[in-house]
Design a protein around this ligand. Structure first.
Ligand SMILES: Cc1cc2nc3c(=O)[nH]c(=O)nc-3n(C[C@H](O)[C@H](O)[C@H](O)COP(=O)(O)O)c2cc1C
Length: 202
């Protein structure tokens, strides 16, 4: 039985295409069964704090040096880490903002990724991700369409950040493009026609 974490990062609620696409992915996963829990984290309603001088100081501390203030300052970050640790599958929705991810998703990642927690260094100073074996589904909505050969910075960034700093290598990206075009209609079934079932997870 799998636990799912659903991350919502568009502020547009039911109008949001990334929210709808990530919900359609969730629906596919539910149809396949074998799902234990679904935790929904809406980063707009429950916004991650921005890293500031004091909290960054706590991030750099060795966990043995944490005090009461550290626990308070790291409470959001620790909950993010716990939720990712407990999830087998993470479904992430994001709008494309200026070729990148949403601000709230970036802030969530900055709360999640931590040396000594999501990755450690081995004796040769190679990073070793601590969350191997999980699966990430990414749902990206963009107002325009990518030009032929143009890099998909959003998917590339999410894949690299999870691989390098958590050890999660299985990131599958789905995109809904052209949402700002006149007369645009969303066809989630065709976007997800080749949806990779979770039963194919390692
Ligand atoms: C601040 C801002 C920046 C945007 N940047 C881009 C962009 O770089 N490329 C693009 O194709 N669409 C861009 N858009 C359009 C959104 O990606 C599009 O409206 C998308 O559907 C938003 O996701 P949502 O429907 O999940 O809210 C931008 C929209 C906003 C508000």
């Amino acid at each position: 039985m799998k636990n799912i974490l659903h991350i919502i990062s568009s502020a547009r609620g039911e109008l949001s295409y990334s929210n709808q696409l990530s919900s359609a992915i969730l629906e596919k996963l539910l149809q396949q069964g074998n799902i234990n829990t679904i935790t929904v984290r809406d980063l707009v309603k429950d916004a991650p704090p921005y890293a500031d001088e004091v909290s960054i100081h706590e991030f750099y501390k060795h966990p043995e040096l944490y005090d009461e203030q550290s626990k308070h300052l790291l409470s959001y970050a620790n909950r993010v880490v716990d939720e990712v640790r407990e999830a087998d599958i993470i479904v992430i929705g994001t709008p494309m903002f200026n070729l990148g991810i949403s601000t709230s998703l970036k802030a969530w990642l900055d709360q999640l990724i931590r040396a000594g927690v999501t990755y450690v260094f081995d004796e040769q100073w190679n990073r070793v991700g601590q969350f191997k074996g999980k699966k990430v589904y990414l749902a990206v909505a963009s107002g325009g369409r990518s030009a032929e050969g143009a890099p998909d910075y959003v998917s590339a960034y999410i894949k690299d950040v999870f691989r390098n700093y958590t050890g999660i290598t299985d990131v599958e990206a789905y995109r809904i493009e052209g949402t700002m075009e006149n007369g645009f209609t969303a066809d989630y079934e065709s976007i997800l026609k080749d949806f990779n079932s979770v039963t194919e997870m390692p």
